[in-house]
Design a protein around this ligand. Structure first.
Ligand code: NCD
Length: 337
């Protein structure tokens, strides 16, 4: 895969070597992501950060990643704040905004919208989530996290055992992650969801096609017993026709410390793309897991910055120059990473 000048719209074009290349660059970004060093390599470049759906982590980590490489960020948030609300087409918006930016990150509620936007864009576009379709950068940071977490337990992604739990129908993070896991060998994937929110059939088939073992269930406790990773997800209430419809599924699969202790292997890593829904009716990942050392959700979120820095450096072709433009930082660094 050629990264320089490319759009990142889906995880599908990635091959295993591409993943390794991105992960290697992500590792090299650590001193900058952790603010022990600063680099000005992207000084003068502008990221158009366009988020037409709610977002905290993805939007802010894209912005931080670009800033940490020395670039500037211009944000548009909310459909109602953009000319799309005046009837402007994605085509026109793309033509205009790509004149103001060197790269664009975009989230939009409609499936396929980011790809449509990219066709008209004059600069590379990165998909920050298009409806329930895909979220490729999240899949990369998820796999990077999985690899890092299980490496310390002597395991590799080949041979991984993972449970995906919750809204597997509308959850774009698990869709992209399943596509990514097709590149690895001998994986056991346990899909735990309400029957109405099952993983789309074609994704299940594509996992089986490459020889992975796929188990489908609507029961949590029996199915989280022999996995390396328990990847929980939120009910995607914004995709339902009403909040009442989402209420039918909220709180169906709750992982808390008592269930973890009783059913999971001692070192099972707990992941979630976040936000977890902490309202009492939902709580798919209980707060009582917060002190559990295997709760990787905040390390996972931290890794988003590394991953997005790596993608920017590759797309704008500055990987080899990042260190050339580096200096030590004069401020106190807390060593929190
Ligand atoms: C996810 C998303 O937006 O798809 N969040 C994220 O980007 N980290 C998951 C979610 O909203 O539930």
């Amino acid at each position: 895969m050629e990264f320089q000048g490319s759009h990142i719209l889906s995880i599908e074009p990635f091959e295993r070597g591409d993943i390794e290349a991105v992960f290697d660059v992500a590792d090299r970004m650590a001193p900058y992501a952790h603010r022990r060093k600063a680099t000005r390599v992207l000084e003068g470049a502008i990221l158009g950060n366009m988020f037409f759906e709610p977002s905290t982590r993805t939007r802010v980590s894209f912005g931080c990643a670009f800033n940490l490489l020395g670039g500037d960020v211009r944000e548009t948030t909310g459909l109602q704040n953009s000319a799309l609300a005046k009837g402007e087409s994605l085509y026109d918006t793309a033509r205009v905004l790509s004149g103001y930016s060197d790269v664009i990150a975009m989230r939009h509620p409609q499936e396929g919208s980011v790809a449509e936007f990219a066709v008209a864009s004059r600069v590379p576009v990165i998909n920050g989530g298009d409806g329930s379709n895909e979220h490729p950068t999240q899949a990369l940071l998820d796999l990077y996290t999985i690899r890092k977490e299980i490496q310390s337990k002597g395991k590799t992604v080949d041979g991984l055992r993972i449970a995906m739990i919750g809204d597997l129908k509308y959850g774009r993070t698990v869709h992209s992650l399943c596509k990514l896991l097709r590149l690895y060998k001998n994986i056991k994937i346990v899909l735990i969801s309400p029957k109405e929110l099952m993983m789309p059939g074609e994704l299940v088939e594509s996992l089986r096609e490459v020889g992975h073992e796929v188990i489908i269930s609507d029961h949590l406790e029996d199915n989280i017993q022999h996995v390396d990773i328990a990847y929980s997800t939120r009910i995607q209430e914004e995709r339902f026709s009403s909040p009442e419809e989402a209420d039918l599924y909220r709180g169906r699969f709750r992982l808390n410390q008592a269930i973890y202790t009783q059913f999971c292997e001692p070192n099972t890593v707990i992941m979630h793309p976040l936000p977890r829904d902490s309202r009492s009716a939902a709580r798919e990942l209980d707060d009582d897991l917060n002190e559990n050392p295997n709760l990787a959700i905040f390390r996972q979120a931290d890794n988003g910055v590394l991953m997005r820095m790596a993608l920017f450096a590759l797309i704008l072709d500055v990987v080899e120059q990042v260190d050339k433009y580096a200096r030590d930082v004069p401020w106190y660094t807390s060593g929190r990473f």
